[in-house]
Design a protein around this ligand. Structure first.
Ligand code: SAM
Ligand code: SF4
Length: 328
């Protein structure tokens, strides 16, 4: 009989899986992936749809209730709708969500919603086309089309993730608030993390989100807010509106003591912490014909290795993987 919950050594219950289905991406956000980068994982190392279903099935039997599909950019993987349908059908899975840059979302929004994805997070750091190109190398209009399609398809909530960077886009915080208010989206600000060389270089633009909160308090009446999803964001609501604003502060105020998640890479490596290198490869086990009981046992043993906290501030050189490799 399977143990019905995963507990780590620090008494945290792990019930949330971030599932990277590709390390590839059609953008090159400068804080995430280097321009010109193409040293991707070999396709024969990607977990197949069946293998993904097996691993996530093992997690749900061990108490995981929530899965977020991510990457890289998950919409570049062929078969994304099938993967989503398979996951949505797993007994015990209550919440299937997706993180995307939305470049291809106009094409996929409806089918993903039909497949059972209900919540969607979209990365959007600027509303200015020229600046968007500078930050990501891509075209803003595609993202805006994708967001419109997400709204029409019925995703709720749609959350906008904005990495706030001093001297890059911090002058657009108020514009992003107005945009999200108008569109009925939730807005989340994120601090840059020193993940990979790209992330470390972006620390030159690091901005503690307290600065942003204080700035917004001068313009808006902010009251404590609450959002479903149980993530690390602390929410404030703009009084007199439906807008919730989340602050994700891995650097200035870490939230490791309530961490409830692990990450599965496209190659089947289980990463126990975004900011540490502790990991366990599951692919060899899967391809050696392990039973479900053996797979569950390996996952339980892996959870034992989950470190207490990241050390982004003390050891910023620690993580060599880019965010797109681990599954952000
Ligand atoms: N491609 C999808 C997207 O952009 O939403 C999903 C994967 S992306 C790696 C997930 C999130 O990681 C995005 O919101 C992105 O802004 C964030 N991210 C990537 N590198 C980061 C860094 N160095 N610091 C903070 N956030 C980062
Ligand atoms: Fe791609 Fe997302 Fe990384 Fe940007 S943040 S390069 S969209 S994986």
């Amino acid at each position: 009989m399977s143990q019905k919950s995963l507990q780590d050594r620090f008494g945290r219950t792990i019930e949330y899986l971030r599932l990277s289905i590709t390390d590839q991406c059609d953008l090159r956000c400068f804080y995430c992936m280097p321009r010109g980068f193409s040293d991707y994982e070999l396709p024969e190392h990607w977990l197949t749809e069946e293998e993904i279903e097996r691993v996530v099935g093992a997690f749900t039997r061990l108490g995981t209730r929530r899965v977020r599909i991510t990457g890289g950019e998950p919409l570049v993987r062929r078969g994304i709708d099938d993967i989503a349908s398979r996951l949505a059908a797993l007994p015990g899975l209550e919440d299937l969500s997706l993180s995307t840059n939305a470049v291809r979302l106009a094409r996929h929004a409806r089918s993903l919603h039909e497949a059972g994805v209900r919540r969607i997070n979209v990365s959007l750091d600027t509303l200015r086309p020229e600046r968007f190109r500078e930050i990501t190398g891509g075209k803003l209009s595609k993202v805006l089309d994708g967001l419109q399609a997400a709204r029409e398809a019925g995703f709720s909530p749609v959350k906008i993730n904005m990495v706030v960077m001093r001297g890059v886009n911090d002058d657009e915080v108020e514009a992003m608030v107005a945009f999200c208010m108008e569109m009925g989206f939730t807005l989340r600000f994120i601090e840059t993390m020193p993940v990979g060389d790209t992330g470390r270089r972006a620390q030159d633009h690091f901005m503690p989100l307290d600065d942003i909160r204080r700035r917004l308090e001068q313009r808006f009446d902010l009251t404590p807010g609450l959002m479903p999803g149980g993530g690390p964001a602390r929410y404030l609501r703009v009084a007199g509106s439906d807008l919730n604003i989340g602050f994700i502060t891995p650097m200035s105020q870490h939230f490791c003591d309530t961490c409830n998640r692990v990450r599965l890479g496209v190659d089947g490596t289980l990463h126990l912490c975004l900011g540490q290198s502790h990991s366990v490869p599951l692919r060899p086990l899967l391809r050696a014909g392990a039973s479900d009981t053996e797979l569950e046992g390996e996952i339980r043993r892996a959870i034992e290795l989950k470190p207490e906290r990241h050390e982004f501030n003390e050891r910023p050189e620690q993580v060599v993987r880019f965010m797109s490799m681990t599954g952000g």
